[in-house]
Design a protein around this ligand. Sequence first.
Ligand SMILES: [Zn+2]
Length: 298
Amino acid sequence: MDVLFDYLEKKGTLLFDGSMGTQLMLRGLNQGEIPDIWNIKKPEVVQAIFKNYFTAGSDLVQTATFRANPIALKTQNLENLVKKINESSASLLKDIRPEGKLIVGDIGPSGLFFPPVGNADFNELVSSFKQQAKVLAPFIDAFHLETFSDIQEMKTAIEGVKKITNKPIIASMTYKRTPKGFFTIMGNSLSQNIIELLELKVSVIGANCTLGSADFIELFKDMRTDSETVPLSVKPNAGQPSLQNGKLIYKQSPEEFSKDINSILNLNNGPLIIGGCCGTKPDHIKLLRQLINQKMSG
Ligand SMILES: [Zn+2]
């Protein structure tokens, strides 16, 4: 049973969470340190952040496991911790899940590229994502495959998950805005990606990161045009970052962010999941909650 689909049908618009990385940096995560390790190093901190998003009004909160696939962990010599990190994050989240809310297993890219850019192997990637999915699956209601810039790699992640479970998949690619439309850095167009993701029968087609909320208004228009009434998910960044003392800082206020999200909600005529990526905080999510509640009661 697709619990995510049931929720979307009942509520129309679901509220996702905001950034985990930004919250961890505020609490002392070092530049270059892999956030996922905090699931076992500082579990109480990660759990408090999950809780803050539920308190802010999120319907769905995702695990802090963006880089916890074996290939990405191997770059930090942490590949022996795949099970421990994913299991810890998922159970931290499950333990505080309020009734009626959903929890989502987060999976990010491997960091490898296919030839000619790199030497990634299709089956090796499938197996890596499968290992991560296997640990997360028993705890969660849905998967979020996010920030992928190569549709080929997205396919390996979808295949990896599907080898383990038929739980719903939210498949989010990340886009740049160009004069010719929206493309990933690997050159995949939005419309082509949507065609391929529809063929792969993912539950929700998504976009996240890279672009701020203002650019997401246009991106969303194109997504809705190409996908018709398929459920969509959008998680924009809190504007464009600026560099301060070697750190990327996102300064967009929750008010500005939610103004753009309001435009997206006004354009929308189908099932939608909406939240935030880099730079978004519980305060951003809180305002989105008010916005969605207003729409639902109006
Ligand atoms: Zn992001």
